[in-house]
Ligand binder design. Structure first.
Ligand SMILES: Cc1cc2nc3c(=O)[nH]c(=O)nc-3n(C[C@H](O)[C@H](O)[C@H](O)COP(=O)(O)OP(=O)(O)OC[C@H]3O[C@@H](n4cnc5c(N)ncnc54)[C@H](O)[C@@H]3O)c2cc1C
Length: 419
């Protein structure tokens, strides 16, 4: 979680009216507004550098509206750990992310890639409505029928079109799942990644998994892990679905258990002030060349490399249905370098780094795992048609670009040079 940074003032909102009041006060001042739900932005967008900060942590109500259909209302400032705890007694769960303290607002507006992503899709795929405060200070209730453009844009467009105060979500009928972690000897990472890719191509979509290559740190030696989650409590079916994962390389540890969904979420938080350089790419096909180009990044500075399997339910939603368009991605490749406070700033652009070689295999990036926020990186994150549609919605609802402290989609039309 990031600190508040150095805001000129902090507004602790408890209601949508508080948010609307803050938006009205700040809109004409020319300053940018920092919006914060769970405070986990890897681009430090929720840490202010001057200007006002709007903290939504008080909007943390989690309410079951209809336990028969699974309809729930989530305050944007709730954490996903709180959501999981509150829904568990009702036999409900939402595929969100992997960490308890990440906020509903930031994760859901980017898309939400969680432990049941292949079975239930992205978090936004379960969102059926939202309450949002737009730059004109209006509190709007939006869904597929009311303000459908806004509803489209907030599902994948980050915080570009307003401050979301709550989301209506249809939770899945899930209480317990099967969770596994397999550690391998790191002697042949290329073979291991190819094996994991082959497993993914034929795997049961109830199983979602992540392969992670962790470099040597003061806490331990380099190692490789596959973490997996089977979105049902059927251990026999889960073991069958995971069996190929045990053949990827020499296994050094293998843990598996049937657990409540809330226990799948991780308690770990990034230490305060940790510097992060993070890039990612959605790739339609994890070819050998893509894997080799990704592995080559490990020859520079120590690098955490992870690949998340996509497909399944994510791919059953049309690319134009939400502002998250990377529906056909087979996987998301993520690389990160970290450094403690005061150490030289980590970078993925060193002399021996060739991130572009990896990005060329992909169709764009996930804003939730993108530490850069320059306009070229944001434009490259979205397919051109999605970016253009987001900019058009932005021109209607936030023409002054009040909401710009984010992966910003500028409202301006691109300047076409004249001869
Ligand atoms: C440890 C860690 C684990 C993660 N794991 C996952 C994962 O498993 N899956 C995944 O999909 N992502 C994951 N992420 C990425 C995460 O989704 C993004 O970092 C997300 O932005 C964090 O949301 P937040 O509410 O905690 O962050 P914040 O820092 O509060 O918000 C980030 C930005 O989003 C915008 N925003 C936030 N809330 C609102 C709102 N209510 N209205 C309008 N704009 C808003 C603002 O621009 C804000 O600055 C992880 C990040 C971290 C640090």
């Amino acid at each position: 979680m990031t600190s508040y940074g150095s805001p000129d003032g902090v507004v602790h909102a408890r209601t949508a009216a508080d948010v609307a009041g803050a938006v009205d006060r700040i809109r004409d001042s020319g300053t940018s507004l920092t919006v914060r739900s769970g405070g986990h932005s890897v681009a430090r967008h929720s840490a202010a550098d001057g200007g006002p900060l709007l903290d939504l942590g008080g909007l943390d109500d989690v309410r079951v509206l209809d336990s028969a259909t699974g309809l729930v209302r989530l305050g944007a400032g709730a954490t996903w750990g709180r959501v999981a705890d509150r829904l568990a007694p009702h036999g409900l769960a939402i595929s969100s992310g992997d960490t308890r303290s990440v906020g509903v607002g930031g994760l859901a507006l980017g898309g939400g890639i969680g432990w049941m992503v292949r079975r239930y899709g992205l978090t936004i795929d379960a969102v059926v409505g939202a309450e949002i405060v737009t730059a004109d200070g209006r509190v709007r209730t939006v869904d597929a029928d009311d303000d459908p453009d806004l509803f489209w844009a907030l599902r994948g467009g980050g915080g570009n079109v307003g401050v979301v105060t709550s989301l209506d979500v249809v939770a899945a009928p899930v209480s317990t799942v099967v969770r596994g972690t397999i550690s391998y000897d790191l002697s042949d990472p290329a073979a291991l990644l190819r094996g994991w890719r082959d497993h993914l191509l034929s795997s049961d979509e109830r199983l979602s998994s992540i392969v992670m290559l962790i470099p040597e740190t003061p806490l331990g030696p380099a190692h490789v892990l596959v973490e997996w989650c089977f979105a049902e409590p059927d251990r026999v079916a889960a073991e069958r679905a995971a069996s190929r994962l045990r053949t990827l390389g020499p296994v050094v540890a293998d843990e598996v258990g049937v657990v409540p969904y809330a226990d799948v979420l991780d308690d770990r938080v990034m230490p305060e002030g940790m510097q992060v350089a993070m890039r990612n790419a959605f790739v339609p096909s994890l070819t050998d060349a893509c894997l080799d180009d990704t592995l080559a990044l490990r020859s520079g500075a120590p690098t955490v490399l992870s690949i998340r399997g996509m497909g399944g339910a994510v791919d059953r939603v049309a690319p134009e249905a939400t502002a998250f368009a990377h529906r056909a991605a087979e996987a998301m490749v993520v690389v990160a370098r970290m450094a403690p406070p005061g150490a030289p700033t980590p970078s993925l652009d060193g002399p021996s780094d060739d991130w572009d070689a990896v990005a060329r295999h992909g169709t764009g990036a996930y804003v939730g795992f993108l530490s850069q926020d320059d306009s070229a990186s944001v434009a490259a994150a979205y397919p051109p048609a999605t970016y253009a549609r987001l900019a058009a919605v932005k021109r209607v609802y936030d023409p002054g670009n009040l909401f710009r402290r984010n992966h910003n989609v500028a409202p301006e039309r691109p300047v076409v040079p004249t001869l």
